[in-house]
Design a protein around this ligand. Structure first.
Ligand SMILES: NC(=O)c1cc2c(N)ncc(C(N)=O)c2s1
Length: 317
């Protein structure tokens, strides 16, 4: 392989990843689909000619492959906890009172949309995606690495050689769900009941080429990482995750207490049907990581977070 060919292969890989990031994460495409496709075909030709030189973060990994057997089990070194629920303003008031009582100094909060999908853990070593797993029972999940590689907004390589685990929610955007069900109807196949079920079915496929066709997405909102990274709060962590190229939900709010928590609940209750994805509530978290550590967690859930659940809606009959 000539140096020029190798340089071209690496340049194309980096260029195409940058274009895909602008398209899928920033929603700000900078080239046309035709231009992207032409560059992609050139890369595929070079990879076919030199298979040993295919880069770990090549966009050609996005198309998926058939798994040899069932999904492997994965043990979460740090358990993936669940959340305590709140159903009304009084429940939130209790959460605010208890979190302020047990923390030194004033407490501020972050409000984040509760995405109606399924929780996932992404592990990066030396800045490369090495494993993705479902939450499972919180201790043991399933390896879905090949399927997650096909999700366009998941970075296969980070801009820094980080060892980090990030966690979030895989979901199927409403538009993908409608298109998928329309296609299944046309093929005489049973349709999915809702985007969450179709995301769950799509991400646990043994054939990730099928996953690749399902147009899934992910929002990341927590992680397991060394204090050396110097991340002192949830809001600072989210800003840093965004800089590293992770897809972060843009409706996240800094909140001072019950009054603006409830304002956010009312705002998102009225807006939820206009969002391009399903949400089933709002997650409120104490922002400061030291205060989160003071509050700790029960066996099941952190004391520094609570999930406000929207009231069940009457299904349109
Ligand atoms: N089970 C959990 O801990 C969570 C579940 C979810 C979810 N489905 N969507 C968003 C968040 C968030 N922004 O923290 C969380 S946290």
């Amino acid at each position: 392989m000539s140096k020029a060919d190798l340089r071209r292969l690496v340049d194309l890989t980096d260029q195409l990843n940058q274009y895909a990031y602008q398209y899928y994460v920033l929603d700000q495409p900078t080239i046309t689909d035709a231009e992207y496709d032409q560059l992609y075909q050139e890369l595929l030709a070079l990879e076919a000619q030199y298979p040993d030189y295919v880069q770990a973060d090549s966009p050609s990994h996005r198309v998926g492959m058939l798994a040899q057997s069932g999904l492997e089990k994965v043990t979460h070194e740090t358990p993936m906890l669940s959340l305590a629920n709140a159903f009304n303003q009084e429940d939130l008031a209790r959460f605010v009172a208890s979190s302020q009582a047990a923390s030194e100094g004033p407490v501020t909060y972050v409000g984040e949309l509760k995405i109606d999908g399924l929780s996932v853990s992404l592990r990066y070593q030396d800045g490369r995606l090495v494993q993705a797993a479902t939450r499972g029972d919180g201790q043991i999940g399933e390896d879905i690495t090949n399927n997650v590689r096909t999700i366009a907004s998941v970075p296969l390589k980070l801009p820094e050689p980080l060892d980090i685990e990030v966690r979030g929610e895989i979901f199927m955007p409403k538009a993908s769900f409608l298109a998928l069900n329309q296609a299944r109807e046309d093929q005489g196949l049973p349709t999915f009941a809702n985007p969450r079920n179709s995301a769950a079915g799509s991400i646990r496929q043994l054939d990730s080429r099928i996953t690749a066709q399902r147009k899934l997405d992910v929002f990341l909102y927590s992680g397991v990482f060394s204090p050396d990274l110097g991340l002192a709060s949830q809001s600072q962590m989210l800003a840093q995750f965004k800089e590293w190229g992770f897809h972060i939900n843009d409706q996240t709010r800094s909140l001072t207490g019950l009054a603006d928590m409830w304002d956010f609940v009312e705002e998102m209750t009225s807006q939820r049907h206009d969002l391009p994805y399903d949400i089933d509530g709002i997650v409120f978290k104490v922002d400061d990581f030291d205060q989160q550590a003071q509050l700790g967690h029960t066996v099941k859930a952190p004391r520094w977070a609570i999930a406000y659940k929207f009231p069940a809606e009457e299904q349109a009959t």
